[in-house]
Design a protein around this ligand. Sequence first.
Ligand code: BTN
Length: 241
Amino acid sequence: MNFQLIHFDAIDSTNREAADRARNGADEGITIVADEQTAGRGRQGRNWISHKGDGAYFSTILRPSIEPRHFPLVQLMAAVAVHDALLELDIKSDIKWPNDILVSDKKICGILSEMIDALSAPAVVVGIGINLRNADVEMNATSIEIESGQQIGRDDLIARVQTQLGKRYIVFLADPVSILEEWSQRSSYAEGKEVKVDLGQNEMFTGTTCGLEENGALRVRVTGGSVRIVQAGDVTRLRRV
Ligand code: BTN
Protein backbone atom coordinates (compact mmCIF):
# COMPACT_ATOMS: atom_id res chain seq x y z
CA MET A 1 0.00 0.00 0.00
CA ASN A 2 1.05 3.53 -0.70
CA PHE A 3 0.96 5.56 2.52
CA GLN A 4 0.75 9.31 2.09
CA LEU A 5 1.31 11.31 5.28
CA ILE A 6 -0.43 14.62 5.89
CA HIS A 7 0.88 16.43 8.93
CA PHE A 8 -0.87 18.84 11.31
CA ASP A 9 0.81 20.65 14.20
CA ALA A 10 -2.47 20.50 16.11
CA ILE A 11 -5.89 19.17 15.23
CA ASP A 12 -9.04 18.14 17.10
CA SER A 13 -8.79 14.48 16.05
CA THR A 14 -6.86 12.77 13.29
CA ASN A 15 -9.72 10.25 13.05
CA ARG A 16 -12.23 13.04 12.45
CA GLU A 17 -10.04 14.55 9.74
CA ALA A 18 -9.39 11.18 8.05
CA ALA A 19 -13.10 10.28 8.22
CA ASP A 20 -14.13 13.57 6.58
CA ARG A 21 -11.60 13.01 3.83
CA ALA A 22 -12.72 9.40 3.37
CA ARG A 23 -16.33 10.58 2.96
CA ASN A 24 -15.09 12.95 0.28
CA GLY A 25 -13.41 10.13 -1.61
CA ALA A 26 -9.80 10.35 -0.34
CA ASP A 27 -7.56 7.50 -1.41
CA GLU A 28 -6.63 4.50 0.65
CA GLY A 29 -3.31 5.01 2.44
CA ILE A 30 -3.82 8.67 3.25
CA THR A 31 -2.62 9.10 6.82
CA ILE A 32 -3.31 12.08 9.03
CA VAL A 33 -0.60 12.69 11.63
CA ALA A 34 -0.72 15.33 14.36
CA ASP A 35 1.77 16.55 16.95
CA GLU A 36 -1.15 17.04 19.33
CA GLN A 37 -4.90 16.47 19.37
CA THR A 38 -7.27 18.78 21.20
CA ALA A 39 -10.20 16.34 21.11
CA GLY A 40 -8.64 12.94 20.54
CA ARG A 41 -11.24 10.18 20.39
CA GLY A 42 -11.07 6.89 22.24
CA ARG A 43 -13.26 3.80 22.16
CA GLN A 44 -16.73 3.87 23.72
CA GLY A 45 -16.95 7.66 23.39
CA ARG A 46 -14.01 8.30 25.67
CA ASN A 47 -11.34 10.99 25.19
CA TRP A 48 -7.80 10.21 24.19
CA ILE A 49 -5.48 12.68 25.87
CA SER A 50 -2.91 13.66 23.25
CA HIS A 51 -0.33 16.13 24.53
CA LYS A 52 2.27 17.47 22.14
CA GLY A 53 5.31 15.22 21.94
CA ASP A 54 3.97 12.52 24.25
CA GLY A 55 2.65 10.19 21.60
CA ALA A 56 2.29 9.16 17.98
CA TYR A 57 -1.23 10.10 16.88
CA PHE A 58 -2.18 9.04 13.38
CA SER A 59 -5.13 7.78 11.33
CA THR A 60 -5.02 5.89 8.06
CA ILE A 61 -7.79 5.46 5.51
CA LEU A 62 -8.27 1.89 4.27
CA ARG A 63 -10.66 0.74 1.56
CA PRO A 64 -10.46 -3.05 1.80
CA SER A 65 -12.36 -4.86 -0.91
CA ILE A 66 -13.65 -7.58 1.40
CA GLU A 67 -17.08 -8.74 2.50
CA PRO A 68 -18.72 -6.22 4.86
CA ARG A 69 -19.00 -8.87 7.60
CA HIS A 70 -15.20 -8.98 7.73
CA PHE A 71 -14.75 -5.24 8.23
CA PRO A 72 -14.52 -5.56 12.05
CA LEU A 73 -11.41 -7.69 11.55
CA VAL A 74 -9.51 -4.59 10.41
CA GLN A 75 -9.10 -3.54 14.05
CA LEU A 76 -7.50 -6.90 14.90
CA MET A 77 -5.14 -6.52 11.95
CA ALA A 78 -4.10 -3.07 13.17
CA ALA A 79 -3.40 -4.46 16.64
CA VAL A 80 -1.21 -7.22 15.20
CA ALA A 81 0.72 -4.64 13.16
CA VAL A 82 1.40 -2.45 16.22
CA HIS A 83 2.32 -5.48 18.31
CA ASP A 84 4.90 -6.56 15.71
CA ALA A 85 6.29 -3.04 15.27
CA LEU A 86 6.90 -2.86 19.03
CA LEU A 87 8.54 -6.28 18.96
CA GLU A 88 11.07 -4.92 16.43
CA LEU A 89 12.03 -2.50 19.22
CA ASP A 90 12.34 -5.40 21.66
CA ILE A 91 9.13 -4.43 23.41
CA LYS A 92 7.00 -7.50 24.11
CA SER A 93 3.33 -6.64 24.26
CA ASP A 94 -0.02 -8.32 24.77
CA ILE A 95 -3.26 -7.52 22.93
CA LYS A 96 -6.34 -7.00 25.05
CA TRP A 97 -9.51 -7.56 23.08
CA PRO A 98 -10.17 -6.05 20.71
CA ASN A 99 -7.12 -3.91 20.15
CA ASP A 100 -5.53 -2.40 23.25
CA ILE A 101 -1.81 -2.96 23.27
CA LEU A 102 -0.49 -3.67 26.77
CA VAL A 103 2.99 -3.90 28.16
CA SER A 104 3.29 -5.35 31.67
CA ASP A 105 -0.52 -5.16 31.84
CA LYS A 106 -0.47 -1.40 31.21
CA LYS A 107 -1.80 0.30 28.12
CA ILE A 108 0.82 1.58 25.70
CA CYS A 109 -1.40 1.99 22.63
CA GLY A 110 -5.06 2.42 21.80
CA ILE A 111 -6.66 1.87 18.40
CA LEU A 112 -9.97 3.27 17.20
CA SER A 113 -11.33 1.85 13.95
CA GLU A 114 -14.30 3.65 12.48
CA MET A 115 -16.41 2.47 9.55
CA ILE A 116 -17.17 5.20 7.05
CA ASP A 117 -20.22 4.76 4.82
CA ALA A 118 -19.13 6.84 1.90
CA LEU A 119 -21.33 6.96 -1.19
CA SER A 120 -18.34 6.05 -3.36
CA ALA A 121 -16.93 3.07 -1.49
CA PRO A 122 -16.92 2.09 2.17
CA ALA A 123 -13.81 2.90 4.12
CA VAL A 124 -12.33 2.18 7.51
CA VAL A 125 -10.33 4.79 9.38
CA VAL A 126 -7.74 3.18 11.61
CA GLY A 127 -6.66 5.62 14.30
CA ILE A 128 -3.64 4.69 16.37
CA GLY A 129 -2.30 6.41 19.48
CA ILE A 130 0.99 5.11 20.85
CA ASN A 131 2.46 6.55 24.04
CA LEU A 132 6.05 7.56 23.45
CA ARG A 133 6.66 9.13 26.89
CA ASN A 134 4.89 10.55 29.95
CA ALA A 135 1.95 8.18 30.27
CA ASP A 136 -0.85 8.69 32.79
CA VAL A 137 0.22 6.15 35.40
CA GLU A 138 -3.01 6.61 37.38
CA MET A 139 -4.93 5.44 34.32
CA ASN A 140 -2.73 2.34 34.19
CA ALA A 141 -0.98 3.59 31.07
CA THR A 142 2.64 3.28 30.11
CA SER A 143 4.91 4.43 27.30
CA ILE A 144 7.78 3.23 25.18
CA GLU A 145 10.22 5.36 27.17
CA ILE A 146 8.93 4.13 30.53
CA GLU A 147 9.01 0.48 29.50
CA SER A 148 12.23 0.34 27.54
CA GLY A 149 14.15 3.56 28.20
CA GLN A 150 14.19 4.14 24.45
CA GLN A 151 13.52 7.56 22.96
CA ILE A 152 12.01 6.46 19.70
CA GLY A 153 11.25 9.17 17.18
CA ARG A 154 7.58 9.58 16.35
CA ASP A 155 8.09 9.37 12.60
CA ASP A 156 10.35 6.32 12.90
CA LEU A 157 7.66 4.55 14.91
CA ILE A 158 4.89 5.46 12.47
CA ALA A 159 7.03 4.16 9.59
CA ARG A 160 7.55 0.86 11.44
CA VAL A 161 3.84 0.46 12.12
CA GLN A 162 3.01 1.26 8.52
CA THR A 163 5.50 -1.28 7.22
CA GLN A 164 3.84 -3.93 9.39
CA LEU A 165 0.38 -2.75 8.40
CA GLY A 166 1.24 -2.83 4.72
CA LYS A 167 2.55 -6.42 4.99
CA ARG A 168 -0.47 -7.61 6.98
CA TYR A 169 -2.89 -5.90 4.65
CA ILE A 170 -1.78 -7.89 1.61
CA VAL A 171 -2.50 -11.17 3.43
CA PHE A 172 -5.67 -9.74 4.96
CA LEU A 173 -7.20 -8.83 1.61
CA ALA A 174 -6.59 -12.34 0.30
CA ASP A 175 -7.80 -14.10 3.46
CA PRO A 176 -9.32 -11.78 6.10
CA VAL A 177 -10.18 -14.58 8.52
CA SER A 178 -6.53 -15.65 8.81
CA ILE A 179 -5.97 -12.62 11.06
CA LEU A 180 -7.91 -14.42 13.82
CA GLU A 181 -5.10 -16.92 14.29
CA GLU A 182 -2.40 -14.23 14.10
CA TRP A 183 -4.24 -12.17 16.70
CA SER A 184 -4.80 -15.15 18.98
CA GLN A 185 -1.09 -16.04 18.90
CA ARG A 186 -0.27 -12.59 20.24
CA SER A 187 -3.04 -12.18 22.82
CA SER A 188 -3.32 -13.75 26.26
CA TYR A 189 -7.00 -12.76 26.11
CA ALA A 190 -7.86 -15.17 23.31
CA GLU A 191 -8.38 -18.27 25.45
CA GLY A 192 -8.75 -19.09 29.12
CA LYS A 193 -8.54 -15.58 30.52
CA GLU A 194 -10.80 -14.75 33.44
CA VAL A 195 -12.34 -11.42 32.61
CA LYS A 196 -14.98 -8.91 33.54
CA VAL A 197 -17.00 -7.69 30.57
CA ASP A 198 -18.63 -4.27 30.70
CA LEU A 199 -21.24 -3.94 27.97
CA GLY A 200 -22.19 -0.40 29.01
CA GLN A 201 -25.43 0.82 30.57
CA ASN A 202 -24.53 -1.01 33.74
CA GLU A 203 -24.56 -4.45 32.11
CA MET A 204 -21.59 -6.51 33.27
CA PHE A 205 -20.68 -10.13 33.65
CA THR A 206 -17.66 -12.23 34.41
CA GLY A 207 -16.40 -15.31 32.65
CA THR A 208 -13.55 -16.99 30.84
CA THR A 209 -12.57 -16.17 27.27
CA CYS A 210 -12.89 -18.98 24.74
CA GLY A 211 -11.79 -17.75 21.34
CA LEU A 212 -13.04 -15.41 18.66
CA GLU A 213 -16.00 -15.55 16.32
CA GLU A 214 -15.40 -15.26 12.58
CA ASN A 215 -16.16 -11.52 12.72
CA GLY A 216 -13.67 -10.97 15.56
CA ALA A 217 -16.23 -10.89 18.39
CA LEU A 218 -14.98 -12.34 21.68
CA ARG A 219 -16.49 -15.54 23.06
CA VAL A 220 -16.77 -15.58 26.84
CA ARG A 221 -18.07 -18.51 28.88
CA VAL A 222 -20.12 -16.89 31.61
CA THR A 223 -19.16 -18.07 35.08
CA GLY A 224 -21.30 -21.16 35.64
CA GLY A 225 -23.16 -20.80 32.37
CA SER A 226 -23.31 -20.48 28.62
CA VAL A 227 -21.09 -18.74 26.08
CA ARG A 228 -21.80 -15.10 25.32
CA ILE A 229 -20.59 -13.35 22.20
CA VAL A 230 -19.18 -9.89 22.89
CA GLN A 231 -19.33 -7.64 19.82
CA ALA A 232 -18.44 -4.43 21.66
CA GLY A 233 -17.55 -3.57 25.21
CA ASP A 234 -14.74 -3.29 27.68
CA VAL A 235 -12.92 -6.39 28.79
CA THR A 236 -10.67 -6.34 31.85
CA ARG A 237 -8.63 -9.07 33.44
CA LEU A 238 -10.00 -10.34 36.73
CA ARG A 239 -7.39 -10.04 39.41
CA ARG A 240 -7.48 -12.68 42.11
CA VAL A 241 -6.99 -11.50 45.69
C1 BTN B 1 -8.84 3.69 22.76
O1 BTN B 1 -9.79 4.14 23.39
O2 BTN B 1 -8.07 2.87 23.26
C2 BTN B 1 -8.59 4.13 21.35
C3 BTN B 1 -7.70 5.35 21.29
C4 BTN B 1 -7.36 5.78 19.88
C5 BTN B 1 -6.56 7.06 19.88
C6 BTN B 1 -6.08 7.42 18.52
S1 BTN B 1 -4.93 8.77 18.54
C7 BTN B 1 -5.04 8.93 16.82
C8 BTN B 1 -6.48 8.71 16.43
N1 BTN B 1 -7.25 9.93 16.49
C9 BTN B 1 -8.18 9.91 17.44
O3 BTN B 1 -8.96 10.83 17.70
N2 BTN B 1 -8.15 8.72 18.06
C10 BTN B 1 -7.15 7.84 17.50
